[in-house]
Design a protein around this ligand. Structure first.
Ligand code: NDP
Ligand code: GDR
Length: 329
């Protein structure tokens, strides 16, 4: 089996490359930029992955990549994925995270691989807007109403509907995973969980005195990325292309995350170590996200192995190792 992964240098790209290689896939990864500093890291960690040049905003490069990889499965993980950044660069976010999906689907179609390639689209809980008042306490499901609250969410919703449109118009095997937040050791430090666990490790080592954050009350349904990429793969093994929510079904505030992370280094009161900075606050916020993964559990047999406490524990442990130099950065 051959798989093409866009976003190979990102968090999910790393986990997915690991999973696919372990299953014997021939893996191709799309990489952009004339000097992408992450190219070396991917080559080093995954020497078996073939890197192909391409950018979601450059249709010709995508056609070339699809022709060269001739993939049985294509995982579109590439995106501008940071919600805060998308407010500062909304037009670029629309081009990459929104129209980029169209460019890639077109590349599959015009190369004649529409009936040959199974396509995974990385959709997101950011397409929802807060509480789902139609399903109190049960969390968002595949048929919940969308109400994106950021340029990122709007762009992802365009990608989501475009993907569904290619499924309906051309009969292509296109599945969208509506994934709630998933984190882990590979998470970028620009995201709140990793920023906290990295900060905790540095504070413990005396390298930093505080963590600067934005709003602390928003709640997220946080899972472990390794569990979620398994779900992506399972979606493409399912007999029919469909949309699936992956989530834990439990939601926690950023304050909860802080409390658990500092508890890992024996600190009971995190407040002296956290400063709020308006720079990290967003013009509009999604107050609370909670997902209902019942469909994926029933149809795919998907299960998450890591719970909230396990997630925080492994992230803090990893960052303590990194800071102490026991594992390479
Ligand atoms: P990351 O931000 O870690 O990775 C994003 C990837 O997209 C990087 O490899 C980046 O490459 C690539 N990329 C950015 N712009 C372009 C472009 N113009 N052309 C080609 N590649 C580009 O994201 P994650 O791994 O966390 O997420 C994977 C996908 O899942 C994303 O689409 C994200 O929006 C979505 N998602 C993530 C969730 C999460 O909680 N992690 C939840 C729901 C959805 P480079 O290294 O060159 O910048
Ligand atoms: P999110 O993740 O926006 O949910 O998108 P992020 O970790 O960026 O924010 C989560 C919550 O924390 C608040 N917050 C901060 N966020 C960041 N990044 N930095 C801070 O200093 C900070 N302080 C408070 C945010 O306002 C927010 O409420 C992630 C991404 O992976 C998306 O690509 C994905 O689609 C969604 O998860 C599901």
């Amino acid at each position: 089996m051959r798989a093409l992964v866009t976003g190979i240098t990102g968090q999910d790209g790393g986990h997915l490359a690991e999973l696919l290689l372990a299953q014997g896939y021939e893996v191709f990864g799309l990489i952009r930029g004339q000097h992408n500093p992450k190219r070396h890291a991917v080559r080093e960690e995954f020497p078996a992955v073939t890197l192909l040049e391409g950018d979601l905003t450059d249709p010709t490069s995508l056609i070339r990549a699809v022709e060269m990889a001739a993939p049985d499965e294509l995982y579109n993980l590439a995106a501008i994925s940071h919600v805060g950044y998308s407010f500062k660069n909304p037009a670029l976010t629309a081009e990459v995270t929104g129209k980029g999906v169209l460019n890639l689907l077109e590349a599959v179609r015009v190369t004649g691989r529409g009936g040959l390639t199974r396509f995974y689209q990385a959709s997101t809980s950011e397409m929802f807007g807060g509480l789902d008042y139609n399903r109190p306490g049960r969390g968002y499901a595949e048929d919940s109403l969308f109400h994106p609250r950021s340029p990122y969410g709007v762009a992802k919703l365009y990608g989501h509907w475009t993907a569904k449109n290619y499924r309906e118009s051309y009969g292509m095997f296109v599945s969208c995973g509506i994934l709630f937040n998933h984190e882990g050791e590979r998470r970028g430090v620009e995201f709140v969980t990793r920023k906290i666990t990295d900060g905790v490790a540095r504070i413990e080592a005396g390298l930093q005195d505080a963590i600067e954050l934005g709003d602390l009350w928003p709640k997220r349904d946080w899972g472990y990325a390794g569990d979620y990429v398994r779900g992506m793969w399972q979606m493409l093994q399912h007999p029919t292309p469909e949309d699936f929510v992956l989530a834990t079904g439990v939601t926690h505030s950023i304050e909860d995350f802080l409390a658990r992370a500092f508890a890992e280094i024996g600190v009971d009161d995190w407040r002296p170590y956290v400063r709020q900075n308006p720079e990290y606050m967003r013009p509009a916020e999604v107050d609370i996200l909670l997902g209902d993964p019942s469909k994926a559990e029933a149809l795919l047999g998907w299960r998450r192995d890591v719970d909230f406490q396990g997630l925080v524990r492994r992230m803090v442990a990893h960052d303590r190792e990194l800071v102490s130099g026991r594992v390479p950065a």
